[in-house]
Design a binder for this molecule. Structure first.
Ligand code: SF4
Length: 268
């Protein structure tokens, strides 16, 4: 965070997961430091901890004491049995009681029977597109509608020429989209990584900027199917094929569904 402050252009620090409440004392310390350094701080959570209203209040009291912290809570059929989980209701009520600014994030679920509610306990629900990469790539693409691969000529979510956010994982990798690393903050100062970043000099990002996932496939002459669900689906499939060529960029293994345990299982 001190490195981020050096850049003078970073306003928000967002603590995401996995699930950051699993590392509760470290998470609270991190938001305290973020706020002390002058950032707006945000925590993303699935609210597993809000098993009842009283519990939710206890979990949130230390966060309420740190001013300028916002909660983004996930509630949708991927995080529970329905659009609205009991835990999210408890967390929203507790956050309201404690005066913590809260928003709710839901990811579109094409298979849900009921529509997504616009509000939960009076808090607006922001509905996000489902991106077919990572876990969604392996689990959800089979039954989804698909389009001809040549339609995906643009990355719909990131403009790498005006990078507005990066993700830093626990291994230190700095991602411009999850699984596309532009350096490791444990090996090189984060501010230096950002200052030196040039998407046109990056072999994965240059084609993505020029013509989206289609250009990435064409640049390397990659084999491909005829139909994909969305741009991320094609992009992720192409990246899987390029991992051995660019292991320092297309990393870490976890972003590509490869963990130590399943690698050992696969080898066995
Ligand atoms: S997976 Fe590819 S297309 Fe999707 S947001 Fe990331 S870079 Fe863009």
């Amino acid at each position: 965070m001190e490195e981020a402050r050096k850049l003078k252009s970073v306003e928000y620090v967002s603590i995401e997961g996995g699930e950051p409440f699993l590392y509760y004392p470290i998470m609270v310390k991190a938001i305290e430091e973020a706020v002390n350094l002058g950032f707006h701080a945000e925590i993303l959570s699935n609210c597993y901890w809000a098993t009842c209203h009283k519990d939710a209040v206890e979990w949130l009291i230390p966060i309420a004491k740190v001013k300028n912290v916002e909660l983004s809570l996930s509630s949708d059929p991927y995080h529970g049995d329905n659009w609205v989980t009991k835990e999210v209701r408890n967390a929203v009520k507790a956050a309201k009681n404690l005066g913590i600014k809260t928003e709710i994030l839901a990811v579109k679920c094409p298979e849900a029977e009921a529509p997504c509610p616009s509000r939960i306990e009076g808090v607006k629900v922001n509905l996000w597109e489902l991106m077919y990469k990572g876990r969604a790539f392996s689990k959800l693409t089979e039954r989804a509608n698909k389009k001809f691969w040549r339609e995906f000529t643009k990355c719909p979510y990131e403009d790498f020429t005006k990078q507005e956010r990066v993700h830093i994982d626990p291994l230190g990798y700095v991602h411009v989209c999850q699984g596309i690393s532009i350096g490791n903050a444990w090996q090189k100062p984060f501010s230096k990584i950002i200052k030196e970043f040039d998407p046109y000099e990056n072999p994965i990002l240059e084609p993505l900027v020029r013509g989206g996932p289609v250009a990435l496939v064409e640049r390397f002459g990659l084999p491909h199917d005829e139909f994909y669900v969305d741009a991320c689906h094609l992009c992720y499939a192409a990246r899987l094929l390029l991992r051995s060529k660019y292991p320092e960029i297309l990393t870490p293994n976890q972003m590509y569904g490869e963990t130590n345990s399943n690698r050992i299982r696969n080898t066995a």
